[in-house]
Design a protein around this ligand. Structure first.
Ligand SMILES: C[S@@+](CC[C@H](N)C(=O)[O-])C[C@H]1O[C@@H](n2cnc3c(N)ncnc32)[C@H](O)[C@@H]1O
Length: 273
């Protein structure tokens, strides 16, 4: 079972043993950790955190954030106060596009269920495509979901979508009992950004990523794939020919082996035509 919520600045998913919060703007997400732990303990008797995955792409305008979110090192200081044995990583190129991750990476009770997460973080989007995600060009979120093809990304997906005024779009989709997909679109040309995330179970995500690229036409994108050893997601296929996308060239690729997961990071940009 997965419960899904589209919130004004974020998406939230609640699964049996996991909570996913995705935020944007100047949200001070780390302030939510203590109250969330208290609520999980009070209402469900969950008093131990098995793992956390706090991640974000390098920010376009870090100086506009509230403390401690201006700088990842400061965020890590706060996380280290909240968790024992956390580990902080930066994947990608620190002088251009990179992706920060804080995780516990501790060996925990064997995780026997398949688990995988794909994220596609897109920047430098096509302004013509971004126009569709504005009230000027579209009347409802449902209209956008249908005309862009977002609604067809997974068959029989139950969708909750929202169009912001004057622009911006969020959608959560749920399918196959405990699977979700979430897309957030910031269409403003000076800082256009689209995030896509899913825990869909696929051996290779090439088709799904291709469909997402076909909708959004980003100038650049980052892919991250997490998979545990029970997952059908084959991390190794990301290194071979399968993760080639026409009109894009790969400019970074890294692999991290954690106690419970493998992680692949790839970044791409449009090839000069
Ligand atoms: C899709 S929303 C939320 C994004 C999301 N939480 C994420 O993870 O990226 C961001 C876009 O909506 C617009 N927007 C308009 N009103 C908003 C509001 N009340 N809260 C958040 N975003 C809003 C922003 O300008 C931006 O283009």
């Amino acid at each position: 079972m997965v419960d899904s919520y589209v919130l004004s600045e974020s998406s939230m998913f609640v699964l049996k043993h996991r909570l996913i919060l995705k935020t944007c703007g100047r949200t001070t997400l780390l302030d939510a950790i203590k109250p969330l732990r208290e609520l999980a303990d009070k209402h469900c008797g969950f008093n131990k955190v098995q793992d956390i995955f706090y991640s974000h792409k390098n920010l376009m305008r870090p100086h506009m954030q509230e403390e401690p979110h201006k700088c990842f090192a400061k965020e890590v200081e706060i996380l280290d106060e909240l968790f024992d044995n956390g580990e902080a990583y930066c994947l990608g190129k620190v002088n251009s596009d990179c992706w920060y991750l804080y995780t516990l990476n501790q060996f925990c009770d064997p995780i026997l269920v398949p688990d995988q997460t794909l994220e596609v973080l897109m920047t430098k989007l096509d302004p013509e495509v971004m126009k569709m995600f504005t009230c000027e060009e579209s009347s409802t979120a449902r209209e956008i979901t249908e005309k862009t093809g977002i609604g067809m990304l997974w068959p029989n997906m139950k969708i909750d979508d929202f169009l912001f005024d004057p622009c911006g779009y969020s959608m959560n989709g749920v399918f196959d009992e405990d699977k979700y997909m979430t897309i957030h679109v910031t269409p403003e040309d000076e800082f256009s950004y689209v995030s896509f995330e899913t825990n869909a179970s696929e051996r290779c995500y090439k088709r799904m990523i291709g469909d997402v690229l076909q909708i959004f036409h980003p100038g650049k994108f980052i892919l991250t794939v997490f998979a545990n050893k029970h997952s059908v997601a084959d991390i190794s296929c990301t290194t071979h020919t399968e993760y080639k996308f026409s009109n894009y060239r790969k400019d970074a690729a890294q692999h991290v082996h954690f106690e419970n997961y493998d992680l692949r990071y790839l970044s791409f940009q449009k090839a000069p035509s």
